[in-house]
Design a protein around this ligand. Structure first.
Ligand code: GLC
Length: 447
């Protein structure tokens, strides 16, 4: 896309709406919920993006967002995917009573949390705050004080989630990938035998608050509960869970975020005069293993690795592209990824980039959560990656496709990738008034 095909968007109006959303989704003045109705607590990687959004107009709130999130950090270093600052809310499953984090000796003493984690974006968010305010002593002090917490999180992944000591962290729940019902996990979770009485009765709310045809299926949810129960049985200790769980995955997106955040910590260490030798060693190994182990020639892209069955999950999906933001691919592989995306966008039926899953696969579903729609934070990650490799035309395409979608269809959670269909719709999918959609809009407009 050349700059002349930039859609006409009222940027000022979008910026104002984005700020209003972030402010109105902030509770108790210190943490932001992804969407009041659908996700009424603080979410891990959402809050990283939220801090990035606030940094454009309210840096104290950006700092507070990170601090309140890390109140949930466990003594082991694990940063949970949900932090339940408020216990009283009804209407979310699985809420604080379900997870029972207080029974886990190493869990946060300050606040109830979930027992699984999410993609580690916090290192590169810190780096962005620093780069945006290089002369602010407050920001510098914050980063200095906060740095050890992020380091502890990364150490946790290398100590607890890398049994072969190869530099890739595993996850033991689909939610930890950030891409809950991605088709990536379908075959694997089908092998999980759920018999009568294997999971406790539970009640979903997400499909009452958003259109059920845009949400994961009940079968998916049974699996999520099964894997949470397994987590509970072992106090959420990945090393023990991995011995029994069929779901032990070295994910593309998750590890790309770890590597990019390691890199950010290394860059910050230089600025702050901290010794980063250990992180440099981790990162060298992680990058090398990622490039050698996760690339699948027949796909022409990276794919997650199933550690229990010792094989790749061979599907084309969006996580593969985030390796570029971490600087992992060779120039040749980066070109392959770029070409794949450009070809999709140029096809006759035309896709908004970037669909979260392979539109040529029979499982592709343009409305259903992670089975096809365009996601805001993913477009942001791709945009950074394409810029890193100098593919500015492609980066702009990803950026303007997303901003145009928000402009036409609102600050939703995810969007239909079919160009012709999306052009006729009146709104996006899933939750509305969505925090990371607002954050990404603020950052991309100022990019
Ligand atoms: C969904 C998404 C996840 C996100 C959460 C809150 O579960 O899959 O990535 O963090 O919603 O927005």
């Amino acid at each position: 896309m050349d700059i002349s095909s930039k859609p006409s968007i009222d940027e000022k109006a979008l910026i104002q709406q984005a700020k209003d959303i972030l402010e109105s989704n902030t509770w108790e003045g210190r943490y932001t919920v992804p969407s009041s109705n659908l996700y009424p607590y603080q979410w891990n990687w959402d809050s990283g993006f939220v801090a990035m959004g606030f940094a454009h107009f309210d840096i104290p709130r950006a700092i507070k967002e990170m601090e309140s999130l890390f109140e949930g950090q466990w003594e082991s270093g694990m940063l949970p995917h949900i932090v339940f600052h408020s216990k009283k809310r009804e209407g979310y499953f699985p809420g604080p009573l379900y997870w029972q984090s207080k029974n886990v000796p190493e869990a946060s003493k300050k606040v109830d949390t979930s027992g699984i984690t999410q993609p580690p974006v916090h290192g590169f968010i810190l780096e962005r705050l620093f780069n945006q305010y290089p002369n602010s002593q407050d920001v510098k002090d914050f980063i200095k004080a906060f740095y050890p917490k992020v380091l502890k999180l990364h150490k946790y992944y290398y100590e607890y989630r890398d049994p072969n000591k190869e530099g890739l962290a595993f996850i033991f729940h689909p939610w930890a990938s950030g891409r809950d019902n991605s088709p990536l996990w379908d075959d694997l979770v089908k092998t999980i035998p759920i018999g009568p009485g294997d999971i406790p009765p539970y009640k979903r709310y997400d499909n009452l608050k958003a259109d059920p045809s845009e949400r994961p299926s009940d079968k998916d949810y049974d699996i999520y509960v099964y894997l949470m129960e397994l987590g509970k049985k072992y106090n959420y200790d990945g090393r023990l869970i991995a011995k029994e769980s069929p779901f032990v995955i070295q994910d593309t997106l998750f590890n790309a975020m770890l590597i990019r955040s390691n890199e950010a910590l290394i860059n910050l260490a230089e600025e702050l005069h901290i010794d980063a030798k250990e992180i440099e060693e981790w990162n060298q190994q992680s990058k090398k293993t990622y490039e050698e182990k996760l690339w699948v020639d027949e796909l022409g892209m990276y794919a997650p690795y199933d550690l229990q069955n010792n094989k790749h999950i061979k599907m084309r999906e969006i996580g593969a592209f985030t390796a570029m933001y971490a600087g992992i691919p060779s120039a040749k592989r980066a070109r392959k990824l770029r070409n794949y995306l450009e070809t999709l966008a140029d096809r006759d039926e035309g896709f908004r980039v970037m669909p979260s899953f392979d539109p040529d696969h029979w499982i592709f579903d343009p409305k259903k959560y992670w089975k096809g729609p365009v996601w805001p934070q993913m477009n942001w990650l791709l945009c950074q990656g394409f810029r890193r490799y100098g593919f500015h035309g492609t980066a702009n395409r990803v950026k303007w496709d997303f901003l145009d979608l928000v402009d036409k269809l609102g600050f939703h959670e995810y969007f239909d990738p079919r160009r012709e269909v999306a052009d006729k719709l009146e709104h996006g999918y899933g939750g509305d008034h969505f925090s990371w959609t607002a954050a990404v809009v603020l950052d991309l407009i100022s990019d």
